[in-house]
Design a protein around this ligand. Structure first.
Ligand SMILES: [Zn+2]
Length: 433
C-alpha cells in the first residue's frame, strides 16, 4: 500500500535536510519516495493518507542488542552482581525453554519494542537451540529483525556449552537458509581462538556482521587475560576480527590501546547504558570511542537486566550518564544520541535505513506530541530524547507496512500475547532448580 504522510515535523536525520516543519513523506512499496513540504506532498495521491499535523515523523529506532526471551524473566535476580544474576535468572531456566516458550517470549518482546518506536531489532539468542523460533517471530510480526546466533564453547556453565564443530555446522545451516543471521560468540572468553576465527571466516564468506559481547565486565575480561594474556579488543585485533562489519556490545572495559584498535578498524560498538548501570558493569567510553572513529549504536539489552525495553528511556539515560560522568552537560547532545539510535545502527547493519530520505527503507514512526509531557517544545530533537515516552508513539511503519496505528498493533493480538507470555513465565519460574 502506498502511504502519504501529510503535515507534521519531519526529523529527517539527514544532515542536509535537518528538520522540516509542516512537511510530507510519500512511501511507495517499502521505500521512501519523496520527502518535502506539505504543499508539494499534496500533489501526490496514495491509497492511505495519514494526517500528521501536530505530530513528529522520524526514522524508527534500531535496537542493536536484545535477548528477547528475557521478557519472561523480568526482575528475577534483581539487584545482584553479574555472576549471581546469571546463576539465578538465566542458567537454571534458559536451557529448559521449548521452541514455543522462546516464540511466546519473542512475540511479547517484539510487541514491546514496536510500542516503543523500534523498527529494527538485533536479537542475540543463546542457551537453547530454538533460534528458528526467533526467526519465525520476526517473520510473523514483520519487524525488521537480525539474529546473532549465540554460542558458548569453553569456560561457561556446562549445560550451555556446545562443541565447535556442532556450532559451525548449525550456524552455517542457519546462514544458508536466512539472510538475517550472523555469528554471535557470547564473549571472547567463552570461545576458543580457533572458533572465533572460524566464525569470522563464515561471516565474511556470507557478507554478514560479526557480533559479540565485548568487554562487558572486568570479570569476563580477566577470564580472557588469564587464558591469553590479552584483553578483549586486543585479542580480536590480533586475530584480525575487527573491521567495519564487527559489532561489539557494551564495550565498557577498554584500555586506550583497545579504543585505538576499534577506531582504526572502523568497528561498531553498542551502548546499553541502563543494563550497564543495572549490573554495574561500568561506563562505556562512548565519547572517546566516537572521537576515535568508532560507530557507536544504542540498545536496550535483554529485559532481565534492564527492566523494560523502552528506547526513549535508553536515549535519555545515555545522555544523562555521559553528562554526569564527564561533569559536562555539553559533552553529548540530544542529536548525538538520536543519531546513535537511528543512523548509526543502520550503518553498522549495512541497511539503507535510519533516515527519512528518498530511496531509503520505509521504517519510520509518528509521535503524537499533543500530550501532557510534550504539548509544546522549542527543540524537536530535544523533545524526542528528553520529554517523549513510548506513550507518544502513535504509528509505526516497517518496510512500508503499518505495524501500529493509534497505539493499536495492527498484525498482533496484544491480549493474546500477554496471556501466553504470562502463563509461560509462571511455568518457567516455578520450574527452577
Ligand atoms: Zn547481552
Amino acid at each position: 500500500v502506498d502511504i502519504l504522510i501529510l503535515g507534521g515535523t519531519i526529523i529527517t536525520m539527514d544532515e542536509e535536510r535537518g528538520v522540516l516543519k509542516d512537511g510530507s513523506v510519500l512511501i511507495r512499496d517499502n521505500r521512501i519516495e519523496f520527502v518535502g513540504s506539505r504543499s508539494d506532498g499534496e500533489s501526490f495521491s496514495a491509497e492511505k493518507v495519514i494526517e500528521a499535523r501536530g505530530k513528529y515523523v522520524l526514522p524508527g529506532f534500531i535496537n542493536m542488542h536484545c535477548h528477547m526471551f528475557q521478557v519472561l524473566l523480568r526482575t528475577v535476580g534483581a539487584d545482584m552482581i553479574l555472576l549471581d544474576w546469571l546463576k539465578t535468572a538465566i542458567w537454571p531456566i534458559v536451557p529448559k525453554m521449548s521452541y514455543e516458550d522462546v516464540y511466546n517470549g519473542a512475540l511479547l518482546a517484539i510487541a514491546e519494542n514496536i510500542k516503543s518506536g523500534v523498527t529494527t531489532i538485533v536479537e542475540m539468542h543463546y542457551g537453547n537451540p530454538h533460534f528458528e523460533a526467533v526467526l519465525r517471530a520476526f517473520e510473523d510480526t514483520k519487524i525488521r529483525g537480525f539474529l546473532a546466533r549465540g554460542f558458548y564453547e569453553v569456560e561457561a556453565y556446562e549445560p550451555l556449552r556446545e562443541k565447535a564443530d556442532d556450532i559451525l555446522e548449525d550456524l552455517k545451516g542457519l546462514m544458508e537458509k536466512y539472510e538475517n543471521v550472523m555469528p554471535g560468540p557470547m564473549h571472547p572468553c567463552f570461545v576458543s581462538n580457533d572458533l572465533l576465527v572460524a566464525a569470522k571466516e563464515l561471516a565474511d564468506r556470507f557478507g554478514r556482521n560479526y557480533y559479540t559481547h565485548l568487554a562487558e565486565s572486568e570479570e569476563d575480561v580477566q577470564l580472557l587475560v588469564k587464558r591469553e594474556g590479552k584483553r578483549d579488543a586486543e585479542l580480536l585485533h590480533d586475530l584480525n576480527i575487527l573491521d567495519e562489519k564487527f559489532i561489539g556490545v557494551h564495550a565498557c572495559r577498554l584500555n586506550d590501546r583497545e579504543i585505538a584498535y576499534l577506531g582504526e578498524s572502523r568497528s561498531n560498538t553498542v551502548h546499553c547504558p541502563t543494563s550497564n548501570m543495572y549490573i554495574a558493569d561500568g561506563v562505556s567510553p562512548v565519547i572517546e570511542l566516537s572521537r576515535r572513529g568508532v560507530n557507536v549504536c544504542l540498545a536496550t539489552d535483554g529485559p532481565a537486566s534492564t527492566g523494560r525495553q523502552d528506547f526513549f528511556s535508553e536515549m535519555k539515560t545515555a545522555a544523562l550518564l555521559h553528562k554526569v560522568y564527564h561533569d559536562n552537560p555539553a559533552i553529548i547532545k540530544a542529536k548525538d544520541v538520536l543519531r546513535m539510535a537511528t543512523v548509526n545502527g543502520a550503518k553498522a547493519l549495512g541497511i539503507k535505513a535510519g533516515m527519512i530520505k528518498e530511496g531509503y527503507l520505509a521504517d519510520l514512526i509518528i509521535l503524537d506530541m499533543w500530550k501532557v509531557n510534550t504539548v509544546h517544545s522549542y527543540d524537536p530533537i530535544g523533545a524526542v530524547v528528553y520529554s517523549a515516552t513510548p506513550e507518544n508513539v502513535d504509528t509505526v511503519i516497517v518496510d512500508g507496512r503499518v505495524l501500529m496505528e493509534g497505539r493499536r498493533l495492527t498484525l498482533l493480538e496484544e491480549d493474546d500475547i500477554l496471556r501466553k507470555a504470562y502463563r509461560t513465565a509462571e511455568r518457567l519460574i516455578s520450574s527452577r532448580n
